[in-house]
Ligand binder design. Structure first.
Ligand code: WAQ
Ligand code: MG
Length: 278
């Protein structure tokens, strides 16, 4: 009578997951990318949604689209809590960038390093002065760029909400007027970055011409939104991950950001507008 025992073991086994990643380009230039981590039963619908998104993107129509679907062993998944979220109101992107610099400084980034990284994002951090496909890695003391490929950068991947948190996050964001894919995806990405070793802070704003918001995230600050970090119509956006320590930290950090599967099964506090000093 071994069958029932085998059956019970099988039922208790965690469900296997798939990493689904999309990257779209036009004439070799980055248009959009996205990444999900989901059970097998959701893969087909998510893949279709990502293909549609690439074809309808505000940055233009893709002429090349790559979709990667990869099994992720369930036992490698780590569970984590999303960062706290709040919004600091700013009148325009000049004020927004000043506020971002102060937040980065408060998080432990040297003022020169923060200013250098912000200038690079504003100018288009890839070599031809356009948005990178991924993020810059920036030394939090010197502002030196540490990523090997300045066009690709580092792409954070293999993170998603656990099924149990999906509705809860919507319920928390909706009253704040923030239940949109930009906020959801950025909050998850920042959550994974903040869980990584040696990270001091992140600075981000969108590359979508009609989305001016961005954020500063740091372990003790959480995810601090700034509604304006660039002028409307601007396609140069990007991300900078500030890290402490030298190049010896890089392999473990990059491996975590790109490869470690993380599911968020707990929310942080979701707050509305707060002034910078709070
Ligand atoms: N890993 C690393 N860098 C990435 C990734 C990734 N998975 N995805 C995008 N990037 C980089 C890349 O340089 C993009 O050009 C840049 O970030 C912006 O990406 O609270 O929409 O997807 O209202 O356009 C932030 C504010 C929105 C949301 C960010 O970013 C809010 C956003 P986008
Ligand atoms: Mg974008």
């Amino acid at each position: 009578m071994t069958t029932p025992a085998v059956h019970a073991n099988f039922a208790a086994m965690p469900q296997s997951l798939y990493s689904i990643r999309m990257h779209a380009t036009r004439e070799g230039r980055h248009l959009s990318g996205a990444e999900r981590l989901a059970p097998r039963s959701a893969v087909e619908a998510l893949a279709a949604a990502l293909v549609r998104r690439a074809l309808e993107h505000p940055r233009g129509q893709a002429d090349r689209l790559r979709l990667t679907v990869e099994a992720v062993p369930a036992e490698t998944v780590r569970f984590a809590q999303l960062p706290d979220l709040r919004t600091v109101p700013v009148a325009d992107y000049f004020v927004g960038r000043q506020a971002a610099l102060r937040l980065l400084e408060r998080a432990g980034v040297a003022p020169e390093a923060a200013a250098i990284a912000m200038q690079a994002l504003a100018a288009g951090a890839a070599p031809e002065g356009v948005a990178m496909r991924g993020a810059m890695l920036v030394d939090a003391q010197t502002g030196a760029r540490l990523e090997a490929d300045p066009a690709r950068g580092i792409r954070v991947s293999r993170m998603d909400l656990a099924a149990s948190t999906e509705t809860e996050l919507g319920q928390g964001l909706r009253p704040l007027g923030l239940d949109n894919p930009h906020v959801r995806e950025a909050l998850l990405l920042a959550g994974k970055v903040l869980a990584a070793p040696a990270i001091v802070a992140e600075l981000c704003w969108s590359d979508d011409p009609d989305y001016t918001a961005g954020y500063v995230a740091a372990p003790h600050l959480g995810y601090v939104r700034l509604p304006h970090l660039k002028p409307a119509g601007e396609e140069r956006g990007g991300r900078a991950f500030f890290l402490r320590g030298g190049r010896e930290e890089l392999p473990a950090l990059i491996d975590f950001l790109e490869k470690q599967p993380v599911l968020f099964d707990r929310l942080g506090a979701l707050r509305g507008e707060t002034l910078l000093e709070e």
